[in-house]
Each structure stands twice: as C-alpha cells, then as structure tokens.
Design a protein around this ligand. Sequence first.
Ligand code: NAD
Length: 354
Amino acid sequence: MKFSYQALPWNIIFGVDALDGIDNALDALGFDRALLLTTPNQTADGTRVAELLGSRCAGHFDQAVMHVPIECVVNAEAAARKLNADCTVAIGGGSTTGLGKALALRADLPNIVIPTSYAGSEMTDIWGITEGGRKTTGRDNRVVPTLTIYDPKLTLSLPPAFAASSGLNAMAQAAVNVASNDINPLVRTMALEAVRRLASSLPRILAKPHDLDARTDALLGASLAGGALGTGTTGLHHRLCHTFGGTFNTPHAETHTVLLPHSIAFNAAATAEGTALLADALGNKNAADGIFDLAKQLKAPSSLRELGVNETDLDKAIEISMASPLSNPATISEENLRLLLDDAFHGRQPRKYA
Ligand code: NAD
C-alpha cells in the first residue's frame, strides 16, 4: 500500500453544551475583540453568543448570505477594521462559515466557527467568493478555522427537511471519498464512519427531530465527512453540483442530494472495491440505490426538476461540466453524462453503467 496524507490544522471542541465554554476558549487563544458573524435568520443565535462572550464581543455583522458575495465580504471586512476586531466568530451554516473563511484569507483574521448545519465547511481548507456572478474557489490552510466549537444542541433548530438535505450534502463529501480509487486509508476511515453515522442518524432525526443523540451522531458524521472532503478528493459529482449551483442557482444541499446517487452509479464499475465498501456502510447491496432509497426515506428532493431546472438546461450543464479537464474514475462522455443528468432530472432510480 502506498499513500500520502497531508493533515489540516484542525482544532475542535465537540459536545453538548460546548458553546457555554466559548468565553474561556477565546481567553485561551488570547482574543478579546471578536466580530460575530451570522445570517439575518440567525441573529438570535448571534445574540446568545454575544452574551456568552461579554466584553470579548466587539460587534455583530448579521448579513452573511449564500455563496459569499464579494460585497458582503467587503462590508464585513470594513466592520472588522472599524471595530478593531482580532478574530471572527461565525455561528451558522456553510454560508456563515464561508464568510469567516473569506475574512481569514483577505484580512488575516483568525476564524472561530460554530457550525449549526451539516455543511462540513469548517473541516476543509476550501474557500469560495462570488464576484460578478462567478464563484472562485481555492484551497488555503489559512482558512481552516483556528477553533471549531460543535454543540449538537444548536442543530435542534435545523428544520428536519433541511437537516435531511444538509445531511445528504455531508454524505456526498464522504461517499465520493469511499467510492474512489484514491485509496488513502486515513481519509477512507473518516469517510466510512461519516457514512455510517449519517445513514443511521438522519432517519432518526426525521422521526424525532428533538432526538439529541441522533443530532449528535449527525453532527459528528458531518464533521468527519468534511474532514474527508478537506483531505481527500472530489470528481464528477462536485463538478456537476458546482455547475448547477453556479449557473442555474439551485440550492446547494439539495443539489448534492439529487445528484449523489447518480454520480455514485456512474463511477460504480470503475471503483468496484470502494463502491462495495460504501454499499456495506449504507446497509444496501448497491451503493447508489442505498443513497437513493435513503433520500426517499428522508423525503428529500429526488429530481433536478423539483429544484427549478428546465429540461432544456441540461445541454448547457453538459457543456459547462465538460469545458475543462476533470480527473474522474469513469471516462466521461457527452452521451453518458446525458444519461446521468436525464435520470437526475426525472428523479429515476440510478441506472447501471457499463
Ligand atoms: P446555509 O449556511 O446557507 O444555511 C441555510 C439557512 O439555514 C441560512 O439562513 C442559515 O442561517 C440557516 N440555518 C443554518 N443552521 C441553522 C439552524 N441550526 N437552525 C435554523 N436555521 C439554520 O446553508 P448550508 O447548506 O449550511 O451551507 C451551504 C454553503 O456552504 C454553500 O455556499 C456551500 O458552497 C458552502 N460549503 C462550503 C464548503 C467548503 O468546504 N468550503 C463545504 C460545504 C458547503
């Protein structure tokens, strides 16, 4: 066996009520002028963190939005300078984490992240900023949070329908790193554990939204999935999601949810060993069916049509997805990509590819 592995500088506190120790955590890091970041939807979470931080909170920027638009980054950066902030504290989903990452990149501000969804961005070195309708992404160690505080209680407010899609977004990060020929035992171990925890916890959350054990399992699964994405690989699946999100403005988590079973089916023959491991972790004979059935069980969206995509958009999606070279286990052609997108558009059971 041969592999290489570059760890990321993760620094994590995980546990029920972990948030209550944020004042001590900031003191230990030597920060005392935090700029709090939230979306407008989560100002109440922000107020709670501000109370816990007391005088360590310099101010609250509550305008984080999806896809990290440059205008938002510039405004948050101006607020940070005006307040003489020495760090950011982002509480929210991947969009808020993304704003904290952008400020770490552009203004060298250490970022403390408190995830409240299953996006898993806090475990990756991937940043993204949208300018003029185009999202630029990159990898940089500087955006990995200085500290991540996971408190499963904060995810209790995540509506079950969004918990399902967000959890399947995390599942995608893990699944592509199990069903892969890039055999890295460290990444795969994280990814497999993520798949098991997400597959077992998401149905429990749907059945009983206030099940804190299930919420805890899902949050840990999402963290491990993000870790797999941060240190592993991406391929066709992420290219397709980026295409639909970027060009047709489909919602992030739901786009992953719809496309994942088809992306896994597409690569199944070319990644037989990894795909068998994935199937096993999902408790299904067939990995793609396992994910498709789980999404159905969770009542998550199963077709691109439901996400507002028109059938006539598929040609453009194929063109964009194939415009630049992509490393992917199965060979991609216009014909087989058309089959994949057609199935995803109509929400069909994933097919077998030769
Ligand atoms: P999001 O952050 O946009 O959240 C969606 C909405 O749900 C927001 O209004 C948010 O405030 C709200 N919300 C979040 N948690 C909540 C909770 N517990 N209770 C009530 N409301 C809550 O969506 P997301 O799916 O978490 O993140 C998507 C974004 O993250 C995308 O822009 C995506 O590109 C990015 N992302 C980045 C990476 C990376 O590695 N860089 C990885 C995954 C996702």
